[in-house]
Design a protein around this ligand. Structure first.
Ligand code: ZN
Length: 68
């Protein structure tokens, strides 16, 4: 039983950290970039740092270069 709880805990923690992934969201083009993406680095005016889930909830589309 203890083992099962440990597995569940690890799974839950991993799910949480995946949800909390931060991306760069371009509010003008609605493109979602990973923080290291060259386009994200060039984007300084319209881009905001938000959680990945939020970016897609706002109608974000994955960047063709970094995959969002
Ligand atoms: Zn990108």
């Amino acid at each position: 039983m203890k083992k099962l709880l440990t597995i569940l805990f690890i799974f839950f923690t991993m799910t949480l950290s995946a949800n909390a992934e931060t991306v760069i969201y371009n509010t003008a083009t609605q493109k979602v970039h990973k923080p290291h993406c060259q386009h994200a680095k060039k984007c300084t005016v319209n881009c905001i740092k938000i959680e990945k889930n939020d970016a897609y909830k706002r109608g974000g589309k994955p960047c063709k270069v970094c995959g969002g």
